[in-house]
Design a protein around this ligand. Structure first.
Ligand code: SF4
Ligand code: SF4
Length: 142
């Protein structure tokens, strides 16, 4: 089994594609949608974790390409240097997914990597450079 984090970009004429249904039904993949910005008549964007057998993942991505949908697979990971964090909360204000939040009781920062969209906003925002990236982005864009 292999798990990847991926963002799909739909041209306006592909918005009605039942993408998630086909990925699950035809390729036996497990999906965890992290963010969706899809409206009729404009480009849509869908970010998710996709898990399944490697050959099925490859076949699914081949199929996606044939539908005219482009995508980017993330191989980077956001790293939080917890020891240097002063828990100021500035990064939580820009985090679009809720991956970064301050604990209600301790007021300490918590980081839920599963929710991270690797948008890098926290990296740009942190005044101490506590957030960083590990690895490289591999674009398998069509
Ligand atoms: S902005 Fe930086 S120092 Fe402040 S809570 Fe976030 S990671 Fe910690
Ligand atoms: S990169 Fe930072 S701001 Fe963006 S989703 Fe991940 S934790 Fe949140």
């Amino acid at each position: 089994m292999k798990k990847i984090k991926i963002t799909f970009e739909f041209p306006p004429n592909s918005i009605k594609q039942p993408l998630t249904y086909r990925l699950i039904k035809d390729f036996d993949l497990m999906l965890n949608i992290l963010s969706a910005d899809v409206s009729l008549n404009r480009t849509g964007r869908l970010t998710m974790d996709m898990q399944g057998e490697e050959d099925m993942l490859e076949a699914a991505l081949d199929w996606v390409k044939k539908q005219g949908i482009s995508f980017k697979i993330f191989e980077k990971e956001v790293i939080w240097n917890e020891d240097k964090c002063i828990h100021c909360g500035a990064c939580t204000a820009v985090c679009p997914s809720g991956a970064l939040s301050l604990d209600n009781e301790t007021w300490k920062l918590t980081f839920d990597r599963e929710k991270c969209l690797i948008c890098e906003l926290c990296i740009q925002t942190c005044p101490l450079g506590v957030m960083g990236l590990n690895g490289d982005n591999a674009s398998l864009d069509t």
